[in-house]
Design a protein around this ligand. Structure first.
Ligand SMILES: Cc1ncc(COP(=O)(O)O)c(C=O)c1O
Length: 397
């Protein structure tokens, strides 16, 4: 049978990237004790008060169709959230979506046609390639290097722009590297976007998970607002990944153009989840603060544990849920390191190649495991890398 081209464009995005993770899951299903550091689900529960809001809302009958833009109460809560960064914001600047992921899909669909380019830092969050390739656009990688703390360098962006480029897709704090963009860098990258008439799409889903530094958004820059779209959600801040509740914030005209796309895909979101999201945004919950505290401590522990292993170099993570480790010094690339680590030490990590071409010599570890489990994983990674170094020294003699 014949299928549309999108099935081909997205066909190779699913399996390969997750091969180590899937193999780890199979081992676990067979009863093997694996320390799984591949994916990053928040390791704290959703606040029970928010579940109660959702429940009560359903009991009140908030179980019918919504509209394509979002429930008024939630839109107003979002206006208040973003007003400090965007003083003129109104509900015309916002559309609600079931999560950042759908928002990204709809936003990129609204901005690029087949053959046009989306500039993205490489490494990038695993689903970006699919979001860009779905409409037939081209992912234009901008290298993010460990020496620069994985922060996008304006010179690298300039080198990557082509006449086909339409969008600069930013992510701060960044998955997989944990890099945070400061205001000066955003201003410089924004200037390049102005020069080349690019849209800026900024994925801010980890906004509240910052251990070091101050969050900055392109939305704060008046001169960038006409070309900036921010996407985010309650997934990370409120540890509410399964609720699927997010939004896009952008120019009113853009939102008007986005609305029919949103309605075509979704026909509206769930009112009871909108009520819960509104309560989350208006309330005072310490979920993100607690995650931040433990992730910051775990970043410190990882750095300390690996400091005595010359063949490993932990990247600097300022936020998010992950740390990248450069394993080039072991003589293995990230993929080979991850497979052997799983087989020989029972620790599952993501190969850097799952996130682009620029991090083939790195692995990514999630910070979302209990302290002692993560420490044990670091000891095993240290032991594995040290044994590799001893073997290669012996072979060289
Ligand atoms: C950078 C990034 N963007 C978007 C998402 C998806 O977020 P959501 O649950 O809001 O769809 C994730 C999830 O891990 C992510 O890491």
């Amino acid at each position: 049978m014949r299928y549309a081209g999108i099935t081909e464009r997205l066909a190779d995005l699913g399996g390969e990237k997750w091969a180590v993770h899937n193999a780890a899951r199979e081992k676990m299903a067979r009863g093997e004790a694996i320390i799984e550091l591949t994916i990053g689900e928040p390791d704290v529960p959703v606040d029970p008060a928010l579940i109660e809001v959702c429940h009560q809302s359903m009991l009140r009958g908030r179980t019918h169709y919504s509209n394509g833009r979002g429930e008024v109460g939630l839109l107003n809560a979002l206006v208040e959230k973003y007003r400090p960064r965007h003083p003129g914001i109104t509900t015309d600047n916002i559309l609600c979506f079931p999560g950042t992921q759908t928002a990204l899909y709809a936003v990129i669909t609204a901005l690029v046609d087949a053959g046009e380019g989306v500039l993205v830092g490489d490494p990038y969050y695993a689903t970006y390639a699919g979001v860009i390739q779905a409409p037939g656009a081209v992912l234009q990688p901008v290298p993010l290097n460990i020496e620069n703390g994985f922060v996008m360098q304006p010179a690298d962006l300039r080198a990557a722009v082509t006449p086909q480029s339409r969008v600069l897709l930013l992510n701060t704090p960044h998955n997989p590297t944990g890099a945070l963009l400061d205001a000066d860098t955003i201003a410089e990258l924004g200037q390049i976007a102005i020069e080349h008439d690019l849209w800026i799409v900024c994925d801010e889903v980890y906004e509240d998970l910052i251990f070091e530094g101050i969050f900055a958004s392109p939305l704060e820059f008046a001169e960038l607002r006409a070309r900036t779209i921010v996407v985010s959600s309650i997934s990370k801040t409120f540890a509410a990944t399964g609720f699927r509740s997010g939004w896009a914030v952008g120019p009113a005209e853009f939102c008007t153009k986005l609305l029919p796309i949103s309605e075509t895909i979704l026909f509206g979101n769930q009112p009871f989840i909108a009520d819960m999201t509104e309560a989350a945004l208006r309330g005072t919950f310490d979920t993100a603060e607690r995650m931040c505290r433990s992730y910051a401590a775990r970043v410190g522990m990882i750095t300390d544990e690996l400091a005595t292993c010359p063949s490993l170099k932990a990247g600097k993570a300022s936020g998010g849920m992950f740390v990248m480790i450069d394993v080039e010094g072991t003589g293995l690339d990230g993929e080979a390191f991850a497979w052997r680590l799983l087989e020989e030490q029972g620790v599952a990590v993501m190969p850097g190649a799952s996130f682009g071409d620029n991090t083939r010599d790195l692995i990514r570890v999630a910070l979302t495991k209990p302290d002692e489990t993560l420490r044990e994983a670091m000891r095993r990674i240290h032991a594995f890398a040290s044994a590799l170094a001893t073997k290669s020294k012996a072979a060289a003699m």
